[in-house]
Design a protein around this ligand. Structure first.
Ligand code: NI
Length: 261
């Protein structure tokens, strides 16, 4: 049985305070792997700690655009220190969010560019969050993203932008929003994107796939995203799970089947 890989879930979130160990154990058992991306220094440290508990659970460290205003002068060094842990497979999640604007846009851009530099310096891929900031993200990636590989998580842009990103070598990741009724634009992108450039994710505890939309999300529900992508691509569940898990391992330099504990 080929198991899907959840490339993006925030298991340190307070939504799991009551049953985190159980959700983590179930995810480690039911999935081929799981990556927990940080959003600031504290959650990045928590992500690394959780990753250390299971061989197939990994972490990314970084400042989310919401928290960009909190990144201080020496924090790159703190992230670099965390990234020495062999369970840290990426810098993330980083990027721009012009929907919520929790941090000033100029700060978001500066912090994003600093962390792209950090990823290049450390030789790690990046996990990118882009909400309503497609133009600026593309401009920054074209200028500052040279030599950095990565994934656009919960991809929400146009097919035109997706084509450019795919040409630049990036992967696109799809989550529960692929199953939503109003997902026509994302469905079109997923249909057009070659399967060998797609990752699956949940973004748990958010974006719970249909039919559980509205409830708390959990990594195991990546199976519903996998089933939806399989239907869109006319592939079996097994093949879709296998190819997208292999893509995840290729991008993040994870040795499939060899648990790095
Ligand atoms: Ni996220």
């Amino acid at each position: 049985m080929v198991k899907p890989f959840d490339s993006h879930a925030h298991l340190y979130d307070e939504a799991y305070d009551a049953d985190r160990a159980q959700v983590l154990a179930e995810s480690a058992r039911e999935l081929s792997g799981l990556i927990i991306p940080g959003a600031d220094l504290a959650s990045s440290h928590q992500a690394v700690e959780l990753a250390q508990m299971y061989g197939n659970v990994y972490a990314a460290v970084g400042f989310h655009p919401h928290e960009a205003r909190l990144m201080r002068e020496g924090d790159e060094d703190m992230l670099a220190e965390s990234a020495k842990d062999k369970k840290v497979v990426a810098i993330g999640e980083i990027g721009l969010d012009y929907y919520y604007d929790h941090s000033p846009r100029e700060t978001q851009k500066a912090v994003f560019i600093r962390q792209l530099g950090l990823a290049r310096q450390l030789g790690l891929p990046v996990v990118i969050h882009d909400r309503d900031a497609h133009g600026d993200i593309l401009a920054i990636m074209q200028k500052e993203g040279r030599g950095v590989s990565g994934v656009f998580h919960c991809y929400s842009g146009s097919w035109e932008m997706a084509e450019l990103l795919l040409k630049m070598g990036f992967y696109l990741s799809f989550g529960g929003s692929l199953t939503f009724k109003n997902a026509a634009k994302t469905v079109k992108v997923a249909q057009n994107t070659p399967i060998d450039r797609i990752l699956l994710e949940t973004d748990a505890p958010y974006l719970t796939p249909v039919p559980w939309r509205g409830r708390r999300n959990s990594p195991c529900l990546v199976k519903l995203v996998c089933a939806k992508l399989a239907a869109l691509k006319g592939l079996s569940f097994e093949e879709t799970a296998g190819v997208t898990a292999a893509n995840t391992c290729a991008l993040f330099n994870i040795l499939p089947g060899l648990e790095q504990g």
